[in-house]
Design a protein around this ligand. Structure first.
Ligand SMILES: C[S@@+](CC[C@H](N)C(=O)[O-])C[C@H]1O[C@@H](n2cnc3c(N)ncnc32)[C@H](O)[C@@H]1O
Length: 325
């Protein structure tokens, strides 16, 4: 069976016939699915295709979601290691699969600890994590008994992370689509809770993208935005000349008041800036599972308040907002 067929066989959205346009979702899925069958996706698909479908003990109670214990894995351990290594670099974590502990580039548990106290009760809720990456935050939410946990991320590699979760957890409430933030129009007034973390500054049109988020939320729903920004008390944005932290994909870095104003103008209310901090090396760093350059290589060697380009180093801004009703 082709990987695209595996992906397309999971039609969770058909459970919502009166709320979602199934035909349009199916059309965009067909298009997105092609990436899974590309030659370049075999680097993940081949090793993951060898893994056994098996349910281990799942412990989602701590900083590190633990999926299976070492003794429980019935297959060949080298094949398991090959599959996990194929998904390097692991950006978000920590995670553990059948006793293999993955120390990812980001200690995502720190972000989760800031966000979790700001969340409503997730029981029975529809939740969307936009840019879900390997699904770390979705795993942290699974035991809250939501109705639906949908991660969207257009990067094929992260669907293979989800494939691991299908094999080892297999919970139908936990779904992942190869969609981007630009596909949120598929879900009109659908979600109770949306996470928009690490995304906004990567969008070329941040105001339009927040309006699209608002359109996908039920009135009164909760939005969590976490965003790279710059220090400052005035509502301004930094637009880097070309690169920021060596990356070309940073378009608008707002101050906290600018971020609040953007939300105010795109359908949100009750904004609460609940956390800001300067990103530290203990949160984003090179590890054995993420061997590429990391934060320490992106800041000025002699002054870590500046990026290598000479811009202010990023502060992370965390805002909770409510969809206007
Ligand atoms: C900086 S990471 C943030 C990951 C995670 N949300 C977090 O806060 O830790 C950005 C994520 O956005 C994903 N991404 C890339 N293009 C996207 C798009 N068009 N829409 C939504 N997410 C996208 C990337 O694959 C990556 O997983």
């Amino acid at each position: 069976m082709k990987w695209s067929e595996v992906y397309l066989s999971g039609r969770w959205y058909e459970s919502y016939p009166s709320q979602l346009k199934g035909d349009e979702i199916a059309r965009r899925r067909e298009k997105a699915a092609q990436a899974l069958d590309r030659e370049s996706s075999r680097v993940w698909g081949d090793p993951i295709g060898k893994l056994k479908d098996c349910r281990g003990t799942v412990d989602l109670s701590g900083d590190c979601p633990r999926i299976g214990t070492e003794e429980e894995y019935p297959g060949n351990r080298e094949e398991l290691m090959d599959a996990l290594r194929s998904l390097m670099p692991w950006r978000k974590g920590p995670l553990s699969y059948f006793g293999v502990d993955i120390d990812a580039e980001w200690r995502s548990n720190l972000k989760w600890d800031r966000v979790a106290p700001m969340l409503p009760d997730l029981k029975g809720k529809r939740v969307c994590d936009v840019g879900c990456n390997n699904g770390y935050y979705l795993l942290r939410m699974l035991r809250e008994e939501p109705e639906l946990l949908l991660g969207i991320d257009p990067v094929a590699r992260y669907w293979f992370n989800h494939r691991l979760h299908q094999l080892f957890i297999g919970d139908d409430r936990f779904q992942m689509e190869l969609f981007g933030a630009e596909d949120l129009d598929l879900f009109p007034r659908f979600f109770d809770v949306v996470f928009y973390m690490g995304i906004l500054y990567h969008r070329r049109s941040p105001i339009d993208s927040l309006s699209a988020v608002a359109g996908a939320m039920k009135p009164g729903g909760t939005l969590i935005v976490e965003c790279s920004g710059i220090p400052g008390e005035e509502p301004y944005c930094l637009i880097p000349e070309s690169r920021y932290l060596k990356a070309p994909g940073y378009w608008f870095l707002p101050t906290a008041p600018a971020l609040v104003n953007m939300l105010n103008r795109t359908g949100f209310t009750d904004m609460e800036l609940f956390h800001t901090h300067k990103l530290e090396f203990n949160e984003q760093r090179q590890t054995d599972w993420a061997r590429f350059e990391s934060l320490e290589h992106f800041l000025d060697e002699s002054d870590d308040s500046l990026t290598v380009e000479g811009y202010p180093a990023p502060v992370r801004l965390y805002v909770r907002a409510r969809r206007k009703g």
